[in-house]
Design a protein around this ligand. Sequence first.
Ligand code: CP
Ligand code: NVA
Length: 303
Amino acid sequence: MSVRHFLTLRDCSPRELEQLIARAMELKAMHYRRELYQPLQGRLMGMVFEKSSTRTRVSFEAAMAQFGGHAIFLSPRDTQLGRGEPIEDTARVLSRMVDVIMIRTYEHEKIERFAANSRVPVINALTDMYHPCQLLADIMTYVELRGSIRGRKVAWISDGNNMCHSYINAAVQFDFQLSIACPAGYDPSPAVVRAAADHVEIVRDPALAAANADLVVTDVWASMGQEDEQTARHQAFASFQVDAAIMARARPEALFMHCLPAHRGEEVSAEVIDGPASVVWQEAENRLHAQKALLEFLLTSPA
Ligand code: CP
Ligand code: NVA
């Protein structure tokens, strides 16, 4: 039996992704009705975190507990991974003990090597290149509030980072137009852009990206692991804040999203993130429901 992994949004077909979003909405409704649904009784998730996390850790742990399973938190500080045990060996061992593994790490190549040596599904909980779980929650939130995102315009106003790459993949898989505004030198990977050519444009003016957008998204200017670049990045991104003037360029019913954690007064003004267009709390909550749909899909779908 071949193992399904979720390392990028490209690991699922557009139809599977649509089904995941629809299922996440059903699971959310069941959760709100306090319906007990425990398809993962006796199943275990290994959670490898090489970077900090609030939302990802809590949403996966909560998902496993609500599904009747259990999650084991593993940090490099207190596992042999932090002392140099090869990632391949760790994958071989962990995947003989647990039923699914999520990993948050630096190089994307590391999670690929892990997955290649795992007997069980591996989920990308963020790498330097991608953050696909966040996109499940973002698209779910858009669909809940505005219906299908197909044919809509999304503005990404921030760094060409892991979130941006996952938005580029999402533009292809969910069929929307993505306008990326970032300073020169902070572009997304050309290979990722090339693979999405007719869905993506890169502009240097945030107002242009936001023009008539249905959804405006931003993220931190310096991601985890880029702490040393903070000063240079603050200078380069100074004119890329999503503020009320930028939101005024978008459509009147446009939504604002941010994967969080956010820095008010940097990539987004307080007025916008705490204002009426912002759906960031619903977006954060939907991590739980979307990942439950993903776990159910990976662990209970017939082969
Ligand atoms: N958005 C997100 O992944 O948040 P955490 O870093 O808190 O997990
Ligand atoms: N781009 C950010 C996302 C955090 C959820 C980072 O990688 O730090």
